[in-house]
Ligand binder design. Structure first.
Ligand code: UN1
Length: 507
């Protein structure tokens, strides 16, 4: 009798943490599955579910490496980072495919993500030959005064799922060029992209202990925040988690940089090029399946063109092809996991049944055929949305946008500013006066004219006001203010005690 054929299960690769220059098994002994959100039967890899012991060993390694790295001249540190940029560039295609497999976004966007990491590395490594301080006159004769940047020490980096290589690079590269050592806790849905970045650091010649990677979930992140040797936490993620982190960091007086939620809006004026505005809105809202903190989740449209705009938008949204991001025909990939999918569907339900907005297109999970294997949601547009509705106030982080009508520019600006967040905003208009007025009045960290709320470039400061952040900016040269501290230096070459110094003490 012929034996029934049993398909051999592909073996799933087990990955390690990277601590003190070694790839090591977790002390916890536990692992989690990295699941492809487009096909949950596809396990991308098995990654350490690290505990506090794992995190503490990584911090110890970073501590031991700190003095040597701090004393390495910044241009030398930068040279190694330029090697890193080249390794990332050489492996871009492979990193891109792996990112789409673990995260879901279409390969074009995943390629953009890797490219952002490359750009960030080249740009920020250049700071190794600048890291400018300043000189300034001293109050006394024969005295010199200047201020220099010094590293802060050990930096804990906690990163999200939506930009699996770009966001870790925004934190890692400036931390290193400034002379800090680092422990990275990668987003638990996307550990492979962080691992690729760290492996590239190893290949580039970054000395052991300078960069450490612990994979894991909430417990690992918490252990990093609680560790007293960690001097700085840089976090990108939800506003709720960010607040908890900031509170815990306060006990240790840790420096904390937070990059959190958004509820970004595009204003479309009645003089705008409507087709251009529709196209921008489409990608701003549905690119990365709406899972960007810069996503255009509110479209604030002038009443005179509201109907036309909505019709054109809905028509375009109907044509978007949802599917596996590895398929080049796909426009919109899956959302990241079951919990996020349920949260997004919950908001769609709120929009339709509680807020009672008009569900113009979309609104459902896709389950037919291959869709059933993943977390696919139809691109969704709500119209006739009032600015106070929950779907117009709360961050949904999925392929859902709402169209809000307005009559005057001041009213539109109030709508845009009338949320708890302040990351990104945009205005479509042909009128230079309106554009400049909006740029002045929109209280966000980033503002675009005639393009959507997404697409920030790495050499400009990135971050937001209000609930989006805590005043810091990543990217640009401004990020150096997170990862370095100022030291003021006074050099008296008069050879005597100058009286004013004593007067100052006496006062
Ligand atoms: C984010 O969503 O957390 O500006 C970052 C953009 C991207 C970065 C987004 N360059 O949309």
């Amino acid at each position: 009798m012929a034996k029934a054929k049993v398909a051999a299960k592909p073996t799933v690769k087990k990955y390690s943490n990277y601590i003190n220059g070694e790839w090591v098994k977790p002390q916890s002994g536990e692992y989690f599955d990295n699941v492809n959100p487009a096909d949950t039967s596809d396990i991308v890899g098995r990654f350490p579910l690290s505990n506090a012991d794992d995190v503490n060993s990584a911090v110890e390694a970073a501590k031991n490496a700190a003095t040597r790295w701090r004393r390495t001249p910044a241009p030398k540190r930068a040279e190694i980072l330029f090697n890193l940029a080249e390794i990332l560039r050489d492996n871009k295609d492979e990193f891109t495919t792996q990112m789409t497999r673990e995260m879901g976004k279409v390969t074009k966007e995943a390629g953009g993500d890797v490219q952002e990491a490359i750009d960030c590395t080249y740009y920020t490594a250049g700071e190794g030959r600048r890291l400018h301080g300043f000189t300034t006159p001293a109050e006394m004769p024969n005295k010199f005064a200047m201020a220099v940047r010094q590293p802060v020490g050990i930096c804990g980096l906690i990163t999200p799922f939506n930009f699996p290589m770009a966001i870790p690079s925004w934190k890692l590269i400036p931390a290193l060029v400034c002379g800090n050592t680092v422990v990275l806790k990668s987003g638990e849905d996307v550990p492979l992209s962080s691992l690729n970045l760290i492996k590239a650091c190893e290949q580039a010649g970054i000395p052991k202990g300078v960069v450490n990677l612990v994979n894991g979930a909430r417990d690992a992140g918490a252990a990093l925040v609680e560790n007293h040797d960690v001097r700085l936490i840089s976090f990108t993620g939800s506003t709720t988690t960010g607040r908890v982190i900031a509170e815990r960091c306060a006990h240790d007086n840790k420096i904390v940089s937070l990059e959190m939620g958004g509820k970004n809006a595009i204003i479309v004026m009645d003089d705008a090029d409507v087709d251009n505005a529709v196209e921008g809105s489409l990608w701003g809202a549905f690119g990365t399946s709406g899972q960007r903190c810069t996503a255009s989740s509110r479209l604030v449209v002038h009443k005179k063109i509201y109907k036309k705009f909505c019709e054109k938008l809905v028509e375009k949204v109907k044509k978007l092809r949802v599917g596996n991001g590895l398929d080049p025909r796909t426009d919109v990939g899956p959302v990241i996991n079951q919990a996020q999918m349920e949260k997004i569907l919950g908001y769609i339900d709120i929009g339709a049944n509680q807020d009672k907005a008009t569900l113009a297109v979309g609104g459902n999970r896709l389950t037919k055929g291959d869709y059933g294997k993943g977390f696919f949601i139809e691109p969704t547009v709500f119209t006739n949305v009032k600015p106070t509705m929950r779907i117009a106030q709360e961050e949904i982080f999925g392929p859902v946008t709402c169209v809000i009508p307005f009559s005057t520019l001041d009213e539109a600006i109030d709508i845009v500013n009338g949320v708890a967040y302040g990351l990104s905003s945009a205005i479509y208009t042909q009128d230079v006066n309106q554009a400049f007025y909006a740029m002045q009045e929109l209280y966000t960290g980033i503002c675009y004219v005639n393009s959507a709320t997404i697409g920030a470039e790495v050499h400009l400061p990135f971050g937001g006001t209000k609930g989006t952040g805590n005043g810091h900016r990543e990217a640009g040269t401004q990020v150096l203010d997170i990862f370095s501290e100022w030291k003021s230096l006074y050099i008296d070459y008069s050879g005597k005690l100058q009286k004013a110094q004593i007067d100052e003490v006496e006062i």
